[in-house]
Design a protein around this ligand. Structure first.
Ligand SMILES: Cc1ncc(COP(=O)(O)O)c(C=O)c1O
Length: 349
């Protein structure tokens, strides 16, 4: 059959998200979603969106939501961008800042969407090896490349780097954009959002998918100097003027305005994480220090694949990668205490 694909499409190796198996008995610990529902105020706000609002296009500037985020972080609205999940923001950012003919630096073990975007746009990746203990040494990034991106905390390791180390990196690297992907920063890492006032080459991405329980809503945010944000706006407005729909804008504002619910959920997840680490260690796992809503744990005897299959057959979904340095480990999302107990029971069976 004749193929109408372009060479770019033929060359792509698309990102593969974690399995979305559903069912009452499934314990889903594989895509780092929040095990708790969004704030009741978010549900109320969505229900209050009238049919007239659905009939019209949403505000293309998402002004109320961006203003709420600006107020929350003590920024100006011109320093805030919102998109259809932070994945979309990353895609726009790669096009806006990294298609500059130079290589893009990111850790060799990191979010697997970065090399996919590189492929899509023809950006040359320059991977920076993690240290033997899976930590990221920021001194390894070079000055003359086309940009830097890393998640903080990193995925799938969960390890974070201190804010001061990122500030030092920014002081050394003023000629390339540094994108810090803070998808998991809610769960204990230091956010560098305040540094955007000082460093015009810093972009920080956040998501409502993890700490704010809104993965299904698709809502992401970027914070940066107004000039960087303007670059994102230009790409967005050359692609899709309305990436954030009217329900997501209302949900986002309501979520930002319910700080106590958000803090309470995060606190519970962090407590459950501490218990989970102790319980896994008691069963012979080696667990990397996690500042995220998941842990990356080496299975006893390194038999992560055997364990993955056993858990999967029991309806407990976790993440496993048959790749060097990852293949003895499982990434386990922190669920409710009851879900973690089901996991421990299965490990003990
Ligand atoms: C490191 C990292 N960044 C970004 C994302 C994308 O999140 P979303 O598109 O749901 O905002 C994820 C999702 O798992 C992630 O792990």
């Amino acid at each position: 059959m004749k193929s109408f694909w372009t060479d770019t499409v033929r060359r792509l190796t698309p990102y593969v998200p974690g399995e979305q198996r559903r069912g009452a008995d499934i314990v889903k610990l594989n895509t780092n979603e929040n095990p708790y529902p969004p704030s009741p105020k978010v549900i109320e706000a969505i229900q209050a969106v009238g049919s007239d609002a659905l009939q019209r296009y949403p505000d293309p500037e998402s002004a109320k939501l961006r203003q709420a985020l600006a107020d929350y972080h003590d920024l100006d609205i011109s320093q805030v961008f919102v998109g259809n999940g932070s994945d979309e923001i990353l895609a726009l950012a790669f096009l806006a800042y990294f298609t500059n003919g130079k290589s893009l630096q990111f850790p060799d073990i990191s979010y697997s969407f970065y090399p996919v975007y590189c492929d899509l746009y023809g950006i040359k990746p320059a991977t920076i090896p993690l240290e033997p203990d899976y930590s990221l040494n920021l001194d390894r990034f070079e000055a003359n490349a086309g940009g830097i991106i890393f998640p903080n905390p990193n995925a799938p390791t969960g390890c974070d780097v201190p804010g001061q180390a990122i500030e030092d990196l920014l002081t050394r690297h003023t000629d390339q954009v540094l994108l810090v992907d803070e998808a998991y920063a809610d769960f204990g890492a230091t956010s560098v959002v305040p540094l955007i006032k000082q460093f015009p080459n810093l972009l920080v991405s956040h998501t409502f998918s993890k700490g704010r329980s809104l993965a299904g809503m698709r809502l992401g945010v970027a914070f940066g100097d107004a000039h960087l944000i303007d670059g994102l706006q230009r790409v967005k407005n050359s692609f899709n003027s309305y990436p954030v729909d009217v329900l997501a804008q209302a949900a986002g504002v309501a979520s930002i305005n319910d700080e106590s619910y958000y803090r309470q959920t995060l606190g519970t997840i962090m407590q459950t994480r501490a218990a989970c680490v102790a319980n896994l260690q008691a069963r012979g796992f080696q667990v990397l220090p996690s500042a995220a809503n998941f842990v990356f744990a080496r299975a006893p005897e390194g038999d992560a694949k055997g364990l993955f299959d056993r858990l999967n057959n029991a309806g407990i979904l976790v993440r496993y990668w048959p790749v060097e340095r990852l293949d003895e480990r499982l990434r386990i999302t922190i669920g409710t205490p009851a879900q973690m107990q089901v996991l421990m029971n299965c490990l003990d069976a």
